[in-house]
Each structure stands twice: as C-alpha cells, then as structure tokens.
Ligand binder design. Structure first.
Ligand code: C2E
Ligand code: CA
Ligand code: CA
Length: 549
C-alpha cells in the first residue's frame, strides 16, 4: 500500500506547470477528436464513446474537482445532444440515454478531481510534518533541506536558546501552554529578527536561530531583546527562563551540516550551568577555558565579597584639596589571586552580569561616602559605567532604587563614561543621561583622547568633567604639538563649563606642565595610587592638612 502511495506521491508531486500546460492542450484537442472519432465510427450506438473518459479523467487529475466536473459536462454534451445514435440515418438519441451518460461523466470527472485534491492536501500536510515539529509547528532540522546553499550569504550568526524551565511550565500550566509558548516565541523571533532569519526547534527545549551576521554583540543582543518581550498565553503571563549562546558560522552551507551549532550549544549550556542569561563569544574565546571559568565564578564572587573597591584620589591643585576619589574595582579570587579590572571587566561586559556588578559598585560607593561624611570628609566619588549599563532601559530606575535604599546623595556622585558611548547619540542613552543629570548626578567623559576626541556631543549632554587620558598626558612634556592640542581642548572644555582632569600623572614634570596649561584637577600615581578602602580617610586628611600649612 505504502509502495503505491509513494509511487502516486512522486507522480503527483512531479506534475508541474509545464505538464499542466501540455496536458491542457492535449485535453482541448482530445474533446473534438473523441467527438469526431465517435461520429465517424457510426455514432453513440457503438462502444467508442467510452474514449471520452480519457480527457475527462485527465482533466480531473490535472486540474482538480471543479474542472473535472466541467470536463464531464462538456464530454456529456458532446456525446449527448450533439451526437446522433446512428450517424448513418441521423437517428437522435433518447433524452434519458444521453442525460444519464452526462451525469455519469460529470460524476467521474468530479470524483477524479476530488480524490486528487484530497491526495494533494495529504501530501502537503505530510510535507509540513516532515519539516515541522508536529506540536509546536515550528520548523525542525529537515526544514533546512529546502534552502539552497547560498540562501543567506556571508557569515551567519548562530544562536542557541535553551528554555530552562520547560518542566516547571509543563507541570504547572500544562504541556499545551508550553507548546503554545514555543509557538509564540517562534513568531516573536521571526517577526523581529532580520529578513531571512531561520528558526529551528532542535529539541523540545532548544531553539536554533540563524541570520546574516553583522555584529556579534549587537546581533546577540537583538535575540536577547526579542526574548525579553512579555509572554502572554491566553491571558496567562509566562516567565521563561532562557539561557542563550551566540556564535558564528562561516557560511549558510556550513549551517546545513549542523556542526557549527555545537559552539552556540556549548555556550548556551555554559550560560545555563553558570546562571548567566546569555553568553556571546567568538570561537577563540570558547577555547579560553580560564576566562570561561572566571566568568562562571563571578556571580559568586559578587555575593561573597571577593570583589572590593579601591579609591584613587583626584586633587585640586589650586586649592590643594582632595576634590574626589574614583572607585576602581578589584577581584581577589581564591584560586587565581588578585585580578585587575582590565582582565575581567571585558568578560563581565559580554554578559548581563555587568548590571549586578555596577549596582554592587554603586551601593558600596554610597556606603563609603556616608562613612567618610561621618568622619568629616565630603567629596565626589566617581563610578565607572560600561556602555551596556546605559543601554539598559532599567538602569536609571535601578540607580534610583539604590540611592533611596542607601540614602545616597546624587550630587556627590560622578558617573564616568567613555566618549564612544556619547558619540552614538542614541536616544535611549541620551534619555538615561538626562534623567541622571536631572536627579543631580554629575557626568564625566573618561579616557578623552583615546577615541575620537571630538567633543561634538557637548551641546547634547550636560557634562561636568573631562578626563584626559593617561596616554595623552604622558606625552605633553615630550611632544609640543600634543601639549598644544591638550591646551586647546582645555580651553574649549572651559567654554562649555567643563572641569578638566589629567589622568595618569606619574611624575613631577608632567604634573607641573599640566598645571601650566590650565588643567583643573590631577589624578595619577604622582599624587596617589588607588587606595585600599581603610586607607582613604588617613590619606585624604593628610593631603588636605599638609597642603594647608
Ligand atoms: P580608568 O577608568 O581609566 O581608570 C584609571 C586606570 O588607570 C586605573 O586602572 C588606575 O589604577 C590606573 N592609573 C591611575 N593613575 C595611573 C598612573 O599614574 N599611571 C598608570 N600607569 N596607571 C594609572 P585600573 O584600576 O586597573 O582600572 C582599569 C580600568 O578598568 C578603568 O580605567 C576602568 O575603565 C575599568 N574599571 C575599573 N573599575 C571599574 C568599575 O567599577 N566599573 C567599570 N565599568 N569599569 C571599571
Ligand atoms: Ca575612569
Ligand atoms: Ca580613564
């Protein structure tokens, strides 16, 4: 049975447009031919009238139910009122005779068309079942077969999405709800990700996403953003706990082998094991187990206070006074010892962990500020922000929550951001910065001179401080043109009411040169290295006192 089904399937699937065209022409010729054939063999009295079944059946098979009926009708009329019983003496047929034949022809044409239509529908469903998950109707891996190797050109972004709480959702809300949720997630992804995105349900709790790669970081974030949409299944709000891994493949052809998904799968499993919402990495980093392990340990590190802050003073050289301190994070890892921020912040920034980290810094800074105030020391404390913080729509709200909980004073907190963040002029960032400014926080541009050094954004934001990068500052005495640039920058900054800080001043000459060209504040090893938190009070008191006398 299945053998014949398959044969028929391949026959019907093989019918294409040109077959239909040729078939159509043959049918059109067949009707008059059969008519003439019956006529010249003597009329309807003889058996040849059955030849008419050929064009009728053919029409049903090729064109379906409606045309089958029509062919029956035409055949019936041709061999009915238009055909004598005996041509020789032109004896007409009896009405009942030809009318009965006409009905039979119509039934035959209609039935053949009807069964073919049904069969085609079954084929379509079969095809869909072959390439789609039967419950969720999301494409499965067979779906990839239908695309040619160049369907998406260039490099491909691969995302693996693991749904961690599948069992809980199924247990509490029922499997049906889970299936619907997968379908809704699928449509969210298809609607909001770039054109030609392909989504595959790899197993019951895993989806694969692929689309043309532009920028790993931003592309990965797109997936995360789509998944942060609220899921509402028939009025029930559903929380989905995702772990996401993002990597890349060289070509769409490679994706069809499914091998590149190993990387994104590994990253997603890694994210799951370590409670990270998502991990985006390039292939090189996947190999760097050490860094992976570090990242895995970071959540615990924050909780167990393995991280701590050091504070580097910034001083006013005219008034000889400490005007503030910059909080700089450190991590004392039991296994690897002291880890400096440049060795772990880029890793942390590649995940959502940057948000709890920044929140942690803000909380510690406020507590330190209150402690110092009680000891009679009141000045700014600077906090470094990552661009990811400013992209986070909840950032402002989180900051204000911490300020309220800890009773902090925004007027004495400076947020340091690098100019690349400001140059993007993104609306969400502008909004966040403006809200922070309204709440009283101060803003500083960090590492100025390292990037574009443009200052064009000064009319967009109310910035309070400009921190000139150590690399620039270290050159002012040796390179007169750098000196001129820095001097001009200071003048421009002053016109916009910014106060200028020289970073990384390491020696007396640089210190004096910086003063000469109008720098307002100095920070650097020449003044002080980052201080442990219990050294701050003593150092500041000593500095303020020694300069007064
Ligand atoms: P940054 O914000 O530019 O901080 C200044 C860095 O230069 C600090 O390095 C500081 O120790 C170092 N430094 C200060 N004066 C001198 C000097 O005279 N000579 C030399 N050679 N170096 C000097 P650190 O603490 O290793 O921090 C490195 C970077 O890590 C920071 O650069 C900042 O971008 C980032 N960072 C540190 N703490 C945090 C944090 O809490 N959050 C975020 N998002 N980033 C942080
Ligand atoms: Ca800084
Ligand atoms: Ca800096």
């Amino acid at each position: 049975m299945s053998y014949y089904f398959k044969k028929m399937k391949s026959f019907i699937e093989g019918i294409n447009l040109s077959h239909k065209l040729i078939g159509g022409i043959l049918i059109l010729i067949a009707f008059p031919l059969v008519y003439l054939f019956v006529y010249y063999t003597g009329g309807i009295k003889y058996v040849y009238s059955h030849t008419m079944y050929i064009p009728i059946l053919l029409t049903g098979i090729l064109f379906g139910f409606k045309y089958g009926l029509l062919a029956g009708l035409i055949g019936g009329i041709l061999l009915g009122p238009l055909m004598p019983l005996v041509v020789e003496n032109n004896e007409p047929q009896e009405f009942f005779n030809w009318f009965y034949r006409l009905v039979i022809f119509i039934v035959i044409g209609g039935l053949s068309g009807y069964f073919i239509d049904r069969f085609k529908k079954t084929l379509k469903i079969n095809k869909k079942l072959y390439s789609h998950h039967p419950d969720t109707l999301v494409p499965n891996i067979n779906y990839l077969d239908q695309f040619d190797d160049n369907y998406i050109e260039g490099k491909i972004l691969l995302g693996t999405i693991i749904i961690n709480n599948k069992n809980r959702i199924s247990e509490i809300l029922g499997t049906d709800t889970y299936i619907k949720a997968i379908n809704v997630i699928y449509h969210f992804l298809v609607d909001e990700l770039p054109e030609k995105t392909i989504i595959i349900q790899a197993d019951s709790e895993k989806l694969w996403v692929m689309f043309k790669l532009k920028n790993m970081d931003q592309d990965g974030k797109k997936i995360v953003d789509v998944l942060s949409n609220d899921l509402d299944i028939e009025g029930i709000k559903i929380f989905i706990d995702y772990s996401i891994g993002v990597s890349e493949a060289d070509s769409f052809k490679a994706c069809k082998t499914l091998i590149p998904f190993r990387d994104s799968d590994r990253l997603a499993s890694y994210a799951k094991e370590n409670n990270l919402p998502y991990v985006i990495f390039d292939k090189d980093l996947i190999e760097k187990k050490y860094e992976f392990n570090l990242l895995g340990m970071f959540t615990e590190a924050l909780k167990n206070d393995e991280t701590f802050l050091t504070y580097q003073p910034v001083v006013d050289n005219k008034k000889n006074k400490v005007i503030g301190i910059e909080a700089l994070i450190r991590w004392l890892n039991p296994e690897h010892g002291l880890i400096m921020p440049n060795d772990f912040i880029p890793l942390v920034e590649s995940t959502q962990l940057i948000h709890p980290m920044t929140n942690w810094v803000i909380r510690k800074v406020i507590r330190k500020q209150i402690e110092l105030k009680k000891q009679g020391l009141e000045f700014y404390i600077s906090i470094n922000l990552s661009s990811k913080n400013l992209h986070n729509p909840n950032f402002y709200k989180n900051v204000m929550e911490i300020i309220n909980e800890e009773n902090g004073n925004p007027n004495l907190i400076i947020f340091e951001v690098t100019e690349t963040v400001l140059l993007k002029e993104e609306k969400s960032i502008t909004n966040t910065i403006n809200k922070l400014k309204e709440a009283g926080f101060k803003m500083a541009i960090d590492d100025f001179g390292k990037g574009y050094s443009s200052l064009t954004y000064l009319n967009l934001y109310e910035i309070d401080f400009l921190k000139i990068d150590r690399y620039f500052i270290s050159k002012i005495i040796k390179n007169p043109s750098v000196m001129q640039i820095v001097e001009a920058t200071i003048k421009l900054a002053h016109q916009f009411d910014l106060q200028v800080v020289a970073e990384g001043v390491e020696d007396k000459e640089t210190y004096e040169a910086a003063l000469d060209i109008g720098i307002d504040y100095i920070q650097g090893y020449y003044i002080a290295k980052p201080l442990k938190q219990d050294e701050v009070k003593k150092w500041c008191e000593k500095f303020n006192k020694s300069n007064k006398s």
